[in-house]
Ligand binder design. Structure first.
Ligand SMILES: NC(=O)c1ccc[n+]([C@@H]2O[C@H](COP(=O)([O-])OP(=O)(O)OC[C@H]3O[C@@H](n4cnc5c(N)ncnc54)[C@H](OP(=O)(O)O)[C@@H]3O)[C@@H](O)[C@H]2O)c1
Length: 329
């Protein structure tokens, strides 16, 4: 297992991509707390590795090193690393596929976190777990958003499995932080923005319908990683919402992104009814960063500011990745 635990030591990369590091790197001799990131290859896992690296001794596990379907292996992996903090960025995130793979969704999104929580309690580690806006039904009248104290009522298998994960962690009695986020994008991995870019580049004059009656909070995984660092460093506990500030529809997000990318495109707003998907999605999944604001620890920025920064930093990399994907098909 030792060989399987990969040390992430990207301080130089971190310095390059983070505009305003929140913490000074500690002296070389200081003993850093051990952090285990589960799901380090995902969008958020990757950015957490960068954000926490200066202050923590970071170990990251991908699914190749710890497959969460084998829940009996979770305890041994955690015990081996002996972390003070565990961040669970892994999840079965394919919302539509979850509808037909209920058992898998429950295993990865609910049973596996329960095992992490039990082991965290056993060794006195703090578990940071990421949940979702899809724990809400979306029936709240727009433009009101949901805060941490609002009633949950998921309308999809994915949402129910993520809610069950939250509940299992809370019931375990381990020290925890649960952060509900939404509409994530980052430089590493797959997301809606990358799909839009690929489609626009491959067929710039084709008209594409984009859903304009679902509203949520676009969130840059790099900003969320910085927010998680602030929560962990400040000793926070309990349930938080952590999303980019402000709300938008998928159509608004796609339009703004492609304009920033200066890529020709033809988007047409459409209704959810015109674009049926296996999983039902909340029409309103706007989250409010209520506790982060009340406790004066909000790091998240307005979504447009973040997206502008994302494009400024990664425009060429995004274009290269999209063009490579197009020529591979
Ligand atoms: N994406 C969104 O829009 C969104 C919205 C709301 C909430 N969230 C939540 O935010 C968190 C991070 O999301 P993300 O977008 O960063 O996710 P992501 O990019 O889809 O990454 C998820 C990671 O989970 C890992 N994983 C999946 N099945 C696994 C298994 N059987 N064993 C071990 N690892 C497994 C994958 O590992 P490998 O790559 O190594 O296979 C993958 O890297 C998740 O909890 C998600 O539910 C996401």
């Amino acid at each position: 297992m030792l060989a399987a635990c990969k040390f992430i030591r990207n301080l130089e990369i971190f310095k390059k991509i983070m505009n305003q590091p929140m913490f000074e790197t500690r002296g070389r001799d200081a003993v850093k707390p051990r952090l285990l990131i589960i799901g380090v290859r995902g969008q958020l896992g990757y950015d957490c590795a960068q954000a926490f690296n200066p202050d923590f001794s970071v170990t990251g596990l991908s699914s190749a090193e710890l497959d969460l379907s084998f829940t009996e292996k979770i305890r041994a992996a955690v015990l081996h690393c002996q972390p003070e903090v565990i961040i669970n960025c892994a999840a079965y995130t394919q919302v539509d596929n979850c509808e037909n793979e209920k058992e898998k969704a429950e295993l990865i999104n609910s049973v596996a976190p329960a095992h992490m929580a039990a082991t965290a309690k056993e060794i006195g580690a703090r578990l940071v777990h990421i949940s979702t806006d899809y724990v809400f039904s979306g029936d709240k009248p727009l433009p009101k958003g949901y805060s941490e104290t609002d009633k949950v009522d998921p309308v999809s298998v994915y949402g129910r499995s993520k809610l069950a994960g939250e509940t299992a962690i809370i019931n375990s009695g381990c020290e925890h932080i649960i952060v509900r986020t939404a509409w994530l994008y980052g430089i590493n991995g797959h997301n809606f923005l990358k799909t839009m870019l690929r489609l626009a580049l491959s067929e710039p004059t084709t008209e594409r319908k984009i859903v304009a009656d679902q509203f949520g909070c676009l969130t840059w995984s790099q900003s969320l990683a910085r927010q998680l660092l602030k929560l962990v460093a400040g000793g926070s506990r309990g349930l938080y919402h952590g999303v980019g500030e402000g709300a938008a529809s998928w159509y608004e997000v796609a339009e703004y992104f492609l304009k920033l990318m200066e890529v020709e495109h033809q988007l047409i707003p459409c209704a959810t009814a015109e674009y049926p998907t296996p999983a039902r999605r909340p029409a309103n999944s706007i989250l409010i960063n209520r506790r982060l604001k009340d406790e004066d620890i909000l790091v998240m920025r307005p979504w447009r500011e973040d997206l502008k920064l994302f494009v400024e930093n990664y425009r060429q990399a995004l274009l290269d990745e999209a063009r490579a994907a197009i020529s591979a098909t």
